[in-house]
Design a protein around this ligand. Structure first.
Ligand SMILES: Cc1cc2nc3c(=O)[nH]c(=O)nc-3n(C[C@H](O)[C@H](O)[C@H](O)COP(=O)(O)O)c2cc1C
Length: 208
């Protein structure tokens, strides 16, 4: 029965001694742990909101430092259109083996075309072709249409370097609130929230 599925969280704890001055320093430590332990350490849930209606999907983290978190997508996709209207986002990482969650609120900014191209060049050729072939989030008639589109671009770029499509690129999430959750026994989890106030990160412990 669903109601009988439960886990007692006891892998680790988070206390004041482990907190860093900047939340993305602690985030990087947790990400490093996740890269060792988790199946999909870089998968994040990205939530957008338009006209009061939230929408969520997974994207992959491709860079993280104190400036923010970077992911790549199709700027013409649903999420791209939503972000053009409302650049506020929520991000969630769940690392089940580590019994950790990180929640981030902030806004996105587009990367420069040069920065997106740098990353695009590092992708496998088939992924580059995929970016050309898929009109992400648009209705397509069949799988065959997609396969044909891939074949078309594959022929078009045969023997040539593949340029980044103008509709494809990165966003950087600039965090304003970052919350760390470490599962603890008896549902008495550890929660710390960092909030950016006048350029300074303020930290609070929250009840679970
Ligand atoms: C594990 C996983 C990784 C994904 N990574 C990306 C990604 O990095 N970029 C992306 O645009 N979509 C990625 N997707 C697909 C998105 O979840 C989503 O289906 C797609 O971006 C279209 O979303 P939209 O219609 O809201 O724009 C990924 C999905 C999964 C399950």
């Amino acid at each position: 029965m669903l109601r009988d599925i439960r886990k007692n969280y006891q892998h680790d704890f988070l206390d004041e001694s482990k907190l860093t001055d900047h939340p993305l320093k602690l985030f990087k430590q947790w990400l490093d742990d996740a890269i060792i332990q988790e199946e999909e350490p870089t998968a994040l849930t990205l939530s957008t909101a338009i006209d009061g209606q939230p929408d969520s999907r997974i994207v992959l983290l491709k860079h993280a430092d104190e400036a923010g978190l970077v992911f790549f997508t199709n700027y013409d996709s649903n999420k791209g259109q939503q972000l053009a209207t409302n650049n506020k986002v929520a991000v969630n990482f769940f690392w089940p083996k580590l019994e950790r969650q990180v929640r981030i609120k902030g806004h996105v900014e587009k990367l420069t075309s040069e920065n997106s191209s740098d990353y695009f060049k590092s992708r496998p050729r088939d992924s580059q072709l995929g970016a050309w072939a898929s009109p992400q989030s648009k209705e397509i008639k069949s799988r065959n249409e997609l396969d044909k589109s891939f074949e078309h671009y594959s022929n078009l770029f045969e023997g040539k370097e593949i340029d980044k499509p103008s509709h494809w690129g990165g966003y950087i999430v600039k965090p304003e609130v970052v919350e760390f959750w470490q599962g603890r026994p008896n549902r008495l989890h550890d929660r710390f929230r960092y909030e950016l106030e006048s350029g300074q990160w303020k930290i609070k412990r929250l009840a679970p």
